[in-house]
Design a protein around this ligand. Structure first.
Ligand code: CU
Length: 112
């Protein structure tokens, strides 16, 4: 009996979790240099965007994985925010000013 109640409770909680969790995970390329500072800069820029729960940028592959609430944030908005902070994304390019404001180690080769 106790087990049955417990499993019903677990099922209920799983249901609640599914209904309220609108989390989306996306991975895309973010241009950056090869130092930890780029990682910190890109990740803190991403997590500062409203609705973004977590962000991890891989220094080697330049891939950024973001976990966000898709009712608050959009992939487009996240890319835009990151580009505004100086790092190019597949759909948005950073302005000259934003790029030039990056620390020296974080400068990367830009495509024309
Ligand atoms: Cu850097």
């Amino acid at each position: 009996m106790k087990t049955k109640v417990l499993s019903l409770f677990v099922l209920f909680m799983l249901g609640v979790f599914t209904i309220f969790a609108e989390e989306t995970t996306e991975t895309f390329e973010v241009k950056g240099g090869d130092c930890e500072e780029c990682k910190t800069h890109i990740e803190s820029t991403a997590t500062a965007i409203e609705g973004v729960a977590a962000a991890e940028w891989n220094v080697e592959t330049k891939q950024l994985t973001v976990v966000f609430d898709n009712e608050v944030a959009t992939l487009d908005g996240i890319e835009m925010g990151i580009a505004q902070a100086g790092n190019d994304t597949p759909n948005y390019k950073a302005s000259e000013e934003a790029y030039n404001a990056l620390p020296e180690c974080c400068k990367y080769e830009r495509e024309e």
